[in-house]
Write a new protein. Structure first.
Length: 525
């Protein structure tokens, strides 16, 4: 340990020990009030309100975190740097109330990624409400760069969690309903497709999205098919291929909404024997569209991960990119493809066109149109429903990006950079996709096929899962209870969005909702 002192310790007028930092000039700078640091902490904590997740940048004497611990039910995170300085603080003040409370996390000398991961793992908006950060100004000025990086990591974590929470609020109820209904539809035979591909990995794959450029790429795609290339088709693009007599080798669908069914209208998957690769959170009505038993996979929902671990294994596809093209790329990786070409992956609107000709959107708006709302006006409203972003290079282009489309493209670029396969982009008119191979040699954790050896039926699993949900306490949870509780958090987010205020009420409402849905599936409602 470095023997150079970071702190000196003063006594406040009301008798509290106040750490004072020693700067490079030898000046002594108290971190708290030298009159009454407790009153100072009370004023600060009074601004927390109903926020249940509070971050303090800088430990100091711990006055504010300890006051928050005593007067609120908030979860508290303290971030600081310099373990030798922290050792000095611990040697001169009693921090046992903070150290011994499971509502408090103290992060010392963590880098930005570690801080970001901690916040993402522990901040649950459905239960925590908002999040507030309180900087200990004098301490921060002494290690300004480190704390600025920590603050940036916190902001990135909040944005990531908030985006995920927004999606959960919108789809949480539908996800749960779809998953438990699909459990009764799962069949071991659906694994035969993956087992066969494990024995005979594909070499060359095409991922077909439904961007407007697909209209001009169909001849290249047909030529690819003539070479016995393996076509993985996004559900949105299936009707385009069908109209042009190109038969996909697999169709991927990840959307939990019933509108997904429109992608398959008029297409005879049974006749063409096209395997249907479905997120287990997909609408149950998609089951049975293919002559193959659908291959269900586990996406990002915690319940699907729990099912895979506790009941029967589902291959895990990376769906974190938020779109079906990204999931198709993950499937190509799972199937062992060495060469991958992306078709129709525009991630932008081209000359006012949202999708390739032949996708569901055209007949959908044609059916909905009337004299006051013709198809053209509906298409225009769809196109302009989100604001366009300025082009990244500042130049005028023939394509337009929204925040969501740019996010999808960036996520796909990140994934492609970590894959071993050679990835090419078929020339088109959309936003350019940059495949940076700098991460090519990264340690990639690829999803693997596993043989299923489940011994209980879907009905038995649901009955057991129902009992576990009903037994959840509102207080502290053990490890098994935390696993169960995590599976219903997206449902809680959706119910929270409907106006349930207190955590205890939210937990009970979530349990009751999930139990009711399971009872419907089991026929015991």
């Amino acid at each position: 340990m470095n023997n150079e002192n970071r702190y000196t310790f003063l006594k406040s007028r009301n008798g509290e020990i106040v750490p004072a930092i020693i700067n490079q000039n030898g000046d002594t700078l108290p971190l708290h009030s030298t009159i009454d640091p407790i009153r100072e902490a009370l004023r600060l904590v009074s601004t927390i309100g109903k926020t249940d997740f509070v971050i303090f940048l800088g430990l100091g004497g711990g006055f504010a975190p300890q006051t928050a611990l005593e007067l609120t039910n908030s979860n508290i995170v303290i971030i600081d740097f310099d373990k030798d300085g922290i050792a000095e603080l611990f040697a001169n003040r009693d921090y046992s109330k903070l150290l011994n409370n499971d509502r408090v996390g103290i992060l010392i000398d963590l880098n930005e990624e570690e801080i970001k991961s901690f916040i993402i793992e522990n901040f649950t908006p459905a239960l925590c409400g908002g999040i507030k950060t309180f900087p200990l100004r004098t301490r921060i000025e002494h290690d300004k760069l480190k704390f600025e990086k920590a603050a940036a990591a916190i902001q990135e974590a909040i944005e990531a969690v908030s985006g995920d929470y927004s999606v959960q609020s919108h789809f949480g109820l539908r996800w749960f309903s779809n998953i438990i209904r699909n459990i009764k539809n799962t069949r071991i035979e659906g694994d035969n497709f993956l087992a066969e591909k494990k024995e005979n990995p594909i070499q060359e794959a095409a991922i077909v999205a439904a961007g407007p450029s697909l209209d001009t790429q169909l001849s290249s795609l047909a030529e690819f098919k003539s070479r016995n290339g393996f076509i993985i088709c996004a559900d949105t693009a299936l009707s385009v291929l069908s109209r042009n007599n190109i038969v996909a080798d697999a169709v991927v669908s990840i959307d939990c909404q019933h509108i997904s069914y429109y992608h398959f209208m008029g297409i005879k998957l049974h006749d063409k024997k096209i395997p249907l690769i479905l997120d287990i959170a997909s609408p149950p009505l998609l089951y049975g569209l293919s002559s193959f038993t659908p291959v269900f996979f586990s996406g990002g929902h915690p319940l699907t991960r729990y099912i895979s671990a506790q009941w029967r294994y589902f291959p895990q596809l990376d769906t974190s990119g938020g779109n079906v093209t990204y999931a198709g790329l993950s499937l190509a990786e799972l199937l062992g493809a060495k060469h991958i070409t992306l078709f129709g992956a525009d991630f932008s609107y081209i000359r006012g066109q949202t999708y390739a000709r032949g996708t569901y959107i055209y007949p959908y708006f044609n059916r909905k149109q009337n004299r006051l709302s013709p198809a053209e006006s509906q298409m225009s409203a769809f196109l302009y429903r989100n604001p366009f972003l300025p082009n990244e290079d500042g130049e005028k282009r023939d394509y337009y990006e929204t925040a969501s489309l740019r996010f999808y493209r960036k996520k796909l670029e990140e994934k492609a950079a970590t894959m071993d396969a050679e990835i090419k982009i078929e020339p088109g008119f959309g936003a350019p996709i940059n495949i940076n191979r700098a991460c090519k040699n990264a340690d990639v954790q690829r999803a693997a096929y596993k043989e299923n050896k489940t011994t209980i039926s879907g009905t038995d699993f649901l009955e057991r899962y129902r009992k576990d949900i009903a037994a959840l306490p509102t207080g502290k949870l053990n490890e098994k209870e935390r696993q169960i509780f995590t599976t219903i958090l997206p449902t809680a987010a959706a119910l929270k969005h409907r106006g349930i205020a207190s955590n205890n009420e939210l937990i009970e409402a979530t349990k009751n909702h999930c139990i009711k849905q399971i009872d419907k599936v089991l026929g015991t409602h």
